[in-house]
Design a protein around this ligand. Structure first.
Ligand SMILES: Nc1ncnc2c1ncn2[C@@H]1O[C@H](COP(=O)(O)OP(=O)(O)OP(=O)(O)O)[C@@H](O)[C@H]1O
Ligand SMILES: [Mg+2]
Length: 252
């Protein structure tokens, strides 16, 4: 499980002439097999663009995006995205949404795999419900279950918990971490929440304002489960906020 990621000298622009926007300029980094990288950076700097390039939804203007050493030319089942805006189908039940993600799995296994994932995210008994019958937190759990049911090698998450209240966010996040210790896909998580990044990631990339480049890489070696109040994590949080121009001294 997992795959390695290599981004080499990637440039990405949108539009032309006066309307041209440079989203990424000469971006380079690598992510190891099974590693969890969190990406934080100012709004509009190019984080979603980066994930779209990795997932094969966009192509770089220059440079290369490689998964296991091969260029990413199109979206693949190996890499699943949990998008900034939810993407389950509202006209399908929880079960039908998961079933769709399992397209290609032999029939006898489908029922069991779906049951297993519905259980993992605490939604047993809600299989026949439609998205509008679920709470925001439950819906987000369906997103997580649907992404993981296909056992991706790469999981791209773009602010997956952004719409949730703080408590639900924490519980869905813990759920996700628990499941990930089982499957160990390579994970890239975009988040505005520095504590969330430090809670889950092996490394945190801090981006510059647009055009995005990696300004700072923070290794998070604290053992798991992590206590956000530990001096190590408090220190790293301060360092990241300072890099973002938001240090506690400025805020208080
Ligand atoms: N398909 C597109 N066409 C034109 N411009 C685009 C497109 N996608 C992104 N952009 C522009 O590229 C820049 C980076 O956008 P992106 O969505 O990657 O930012 P982001 O870092 O994810 O922001 P946020 O934190 O607000 O989600 C923005 O200025 C955006 O307007
Ligand atoms: Mg975005």
């Amino acid at each position: 499980m997992g795959a390695d990621v290599s981004v080499k000298g990637v440039w990405k622009r949108f539009g032309a002439g006066d309307g041209e926007v440079s989203a990424l300029e000469d971006m380079s980094f690598t992510v190891g097999v099974g590693e969890f990288v969190a990406i934080v950076g100012p709004s509009g700097c190019g984080k979603s663009t980066l994930l779209k390039l990795l997932a094969g939804f966009e192509q770089p203007d220059r440079g290369e995006v490689l998964i296991d050493g091969r260029p990413v030319l199109a979206p693949s089942r190996r890499g699943i995205m949990i998008a900034q805006r939810g993407s389950v189908f509202p006209w399908m039940t929880v079960r039908q949404n998961l079933d769709l993600a399992l397209d290609g799995t032999p029939d006898p296994d489908r029922h069991q795999i779906i049951a297993q994932h519905v259980n993992l995210v605490g939604l047993a008994g809600f299989e026949e419900r439609y998205p509008h019958e679920l709470s925001g937190g439950m819906l987000q759990r369906v997103e997580v279950a649907r992404a993981l049911v296909a056992k991706p090698d790469l999981l791209y998450m773009d602010e997956p918990f952004g719409a949730l209240d703080a408590l639900t966010r924490l519980s869905v996040r813990n759920e996700l971490l628990r499941i990930l210790t089982r499957d160990r896909p390579t994970c890239l998580l975009v988040t505005h929440d520095v504590e969330e990044a430090l809670h889950v990631a092996d490394r945190v990339f801090v981006m510059t304002p647009r055009p995005a480049r990696v300004a700072l890489v923070v290794d998070v070696t604290a053992p798991r489960p992590r206590r956000m109040s530990s001096p190590e994590l408090v220190g790293l949080k301060e360092r990241i906020l300072t890099e973002l121009g938001l240090s506690a001294a400025d805020v208080t």
